[in-house]
Design a protein around this ligand. Structure first.
Ligand code: ITT
Length: 189
């Protein structure tokens, strides 16, 4: 049977790779491949709202189903920050974001944290399906491992008993917030 074509509304190549490795039952194309090279204003206050904004924009632009992931790291001792601001936490990219988070947690007794992901699949007729997932862990005291992206090397994953930076892509994709959100979405389709 022919696979349904879905545009992945993300400019993050790491996310694209993970979504492609997990969601194998669809034909996925990147928004870049569709010719989109702009920014989408993510002005929502929740992961779900931002996933909706990105998926709707791309689905309406190209008149095809579009899927977006909005995700981030939520740290208990920081009241859930950086949360939806994870990508823009320091204003200086992934390395600076990790450094700021470690600095802000220097005196924290509790380093409990979780990655969260919200996925929105938006169809051109306006129908939406959502998936949500989380992955529990702790913030490490220093960068550990070189795999992954974003906050992976400072996140100790409770399920894997090691950092996401030390995990292979296969290991991460079996337990991650993104994997769980995509499973939740698939169950609702
Ligand atoms: P798109 O919006 O274009 O998809 P983005 O990187 O801006 O790409 P988000 O707005 O959802 O994506 O921000 C998510 C940020 O949260 C991301 O840049 C990382 O810093 C962090 N993050 C999310 N999932 C992660 C993961 O699996 N591993 C490490 N960091 C992650």
């Amino acid at each position: 049977m022919e696979k349904i074509k879905i545009i992945v509304a993300s400019g993050n190549a790491h996310k694209m790779q993970e979504i492609g490795d997990i969601l194998t039952d669809f034909e996925l194309v990147s928004m870049k491949d569709m010719g989109f090279d702009g920014e989408i204003d993510e002005n929502g206050s929740t992961f779900k709202e931002n996933a909706y904004i990105k998926a709707k924009f791309i689905a309406e632009t190209y008149n095809l189903p579009a899927l977006a992931d909005d995700s981030g790291l939520c740290v208990d001792a920081l009241g859930g920050a950086p949360g939806v601001y994870s990508a823009r936490y320091s204003g200086g990219g992934d390395k600076a974001n990790r450094a700021l988070l470690l600095k802000n947690l220097a005196d924290a007794k509790d380093r409990t944290a979780r990655f969260k992901s919200a996925i929105c699949l938006y169809f051109p007729d306006g129908k939406t399906v959502y998936g949500e997932g989380a992955c529990e862990g702790k913030i490490l005291f220093e960068e550990t491992g070189a795999n992954g992206f974003g906050y992976d090397c400072i996140f100790y994953c409770n399920d894997l008993k090691k950092s996401f930076g030390e995990a292979t892509a296969e290991e991460k994709n079996k337990v991650s917030h993104r994997f769980r959100a995509l499973c939740d979405l698939k169950n609702k389709l």
